[in-house]
Write a protein that binds this ligand. Structure first.
Ligand SMILES: Nc1ncnc2c1ncn2[C@@H]1O[C@H](COP(=O)(O)OP(=O)(O)OP(=O)(O)O)[C@@H](O)[C@H]1O
Ligand SMILES: [Mg+2]
Ligand SMILES: [Zn+2]
Length: 161
């Protein structure tokens, strides 16, 4: 074996699972939070690329997450759309891309994020599920239906999965 520079190590391919690509630079850890990944919940491999080039010769950056043996439910996909509106979800089967879809936020967001207004009824002791109207998708801007406040810092207000 010769010792030399190792160039261009890529994230290893997966046989079956899901690739979440074109995540906004810096949001990969929030994607893992959305997926409920923690030390007790991992039962197959996850590869994370943070601050990787969008294309070989480009000076633009993205994050990417590859999940082995896992497909995502619809709630997780809409949560990902909240923090990574350009993301694509690819289902990998037997090493090939079987399906690829862009994430897409619906017209409203129910129970996924909390309102940033501490006086909002959704933050009082009575259980009221937070609900927002989607006013813009990229970057996402949500308006609380109860207090009308705009929520822009979505990733800081995600509710636990
Ligand atoms: N077997 C595999 N294991 C891991 N990742 C894979 C595998 N096959 C494809 N991918 C990844 O899945 C995503 C979608 O694959 P695709 O071939 O459509 O990529 P692409 O041509 O770069 O498309 P895009 O325009 O979305 O970047 C990419 O991030 C690619 O790296
Ligand atoms: Mg690509
Ligand atoms: Zn509110």
């Amino acid at each position: 074996m010769t010792a030399g520079p190792v160039e261009d190590i890529k994230i290893p391919p997966i046989r079956n699972g899901t690739v979440i690509d074109h995540i906004a630079n810096g949001q990969a850890l929030n994607v893992l939070k959305i997926l409920g990944v923690n030390e007790n919940s991992i039962d197959s491999s996850i590869s994370i690329g943070m601050h990787v080039r969008t294309a070989h010769n480009e000076q633009r950056w993205k994050d990417i997450v590859k999940l082995e043996d896992r497909e995502l439910d619809a709630v997780s996909v809409s949560k990902i759309a909240l923090i990574a509106p350009d993301a694509t979800i690819s289902i990998i089967r037997d090493y090939y891309v079987a399906e690829k879809t862009p994430v897409k936020l619906g017209d409203s967001v129910v129970g996924l994020v909390r309102c940033s207004n501490p006086n909002c009824i959704t933050n009082k002791s009575e259980p009221v599920t937070p609900k927002f109207i989607v006013e813009a998708r990229n970057p996402p801007r949500l308006r609380c239906i109860y207090c009308d406040r705009d929520l822009t810092n979505v990733s800081d207000n995600l509710l636990r999965p």
